[in-house]
Design a protein around this ligand. Structure first.
Ligand SMILES: [Zn+2]
Length: 264
């Protein structure tokens, strides 16, 4: 089965692909993930022009990546700060909830998470995630919690399972270049039944790099087979940096060719 290709884009500035939609379409990419940053006013200001461009090129909006950062730390154990973060995330949900995206991706925490605070942070995070998942559910949108590297919450299959067990209706956004405690193929095998969207890129197995698929160590063929075997229906959504391994500029065609080459 052919899965649709997507690409993550910011609304302006760094990582913004909106000026290259023609090139993106001709590479075979049919949809986008809008990756928001935590500066609400700037995102609100950039959105109308971004939507015009996307509609002009009849691209789909597959998903929205809710912002992450210090001002939206939904895992903060300080209840006042946590609630503020949650409220802020809900403003972004309101801003982008009617754009046609069926999924919204979220990080369970910012970082670093000190080991001694992990339990409390996890409790705080799921408190926020529940509220956000419910707000999305009312809009017909599914929350996708992304697995993260390093000390972030949700940095392995086991912890992701626990988070999901506490957040009814949520699924997983599988980032193939985020795993630092286990291999991506292992994570895929353990979580395939709950993966509802992807962030596809390559890395060195040590820390996230967001390289073009095929430039690092991710066994995309095995992962792709695992996802298909569990009924994954897509998309294959690229989340690259501007440059791949060795400073080679990333291109839409390179992403698609890298991936199709890697799963062959
Ligand atoms: Zn990602």
């Amino acid at each position: 089965m052919e899965l649709a290709y997507g690409l993550s884009t910011s609304l302006g500035g760094a990582d913004c692909w909106l000026g290259k939609l023609e090139e993106i379409k001709s590479a075979g990419i049919t949809g986008l993930e809008l990756c928001l940053n935590e500066d609400y006013e700037s995102q609100r200001a950039l959105l109308p022009a971004a939507l015009d461009t996307i509609r002009e090129h009849s691209m789909e909006i597959f998903s929205v990546h809710l912002p992450f950062g210090e001002t939206v730390d939904i895992a903060c154990p300080n209840e006042e700060i946590r609630q503020k973060a949650q409220e802020k995330v809900l403003r972004f949900v309101k801003l982008t909830g009617g754009l046609g995206a069926l999924r919204m991706v979220i990080h369970a925490s910012y970082e670093p998470i000190p080991a001694q605070d992990r339990r409390r942070c996890l409790q705080a995070s799921v408190r926020s995630l529940r509220v956000i998942a419910q707000a999305l559910g009312e809009l017909g949108i599914t929350l996708a919690v992304e697995e993260l590297p390093r000390t972030c919450l949700g940095n392995c299959a086991q912890e992701m399972r626990w988070i999901l067990s506490q957040v009814p209706g949520a699924g997983v956004c599988f980032d193939t270049n985020h795993l630092t405690l286990q291999t991506p193929e292992e994570f895929a095998r353990q979580m395939a039944d709950v993966i509802i969207t992807t962030h596809i890129s390559d890395y060195d197995g040590v820390n996230e790099k967001h390289w073009t698929p095929g430039d690092g160590i991710v066994p995309f063929r095995a992962i792709h087979q695992t996802l298909l075997a569990h009924g994954y229906t897509g998309p294959i959504l690229f989340e690259p940096n501007e440059y791949s391994r060795g400073g080679v500029p990333v291109t839409p065609r390179g992403l698609v060719q890298g991936y199709t080459g890697a799963i062959r």
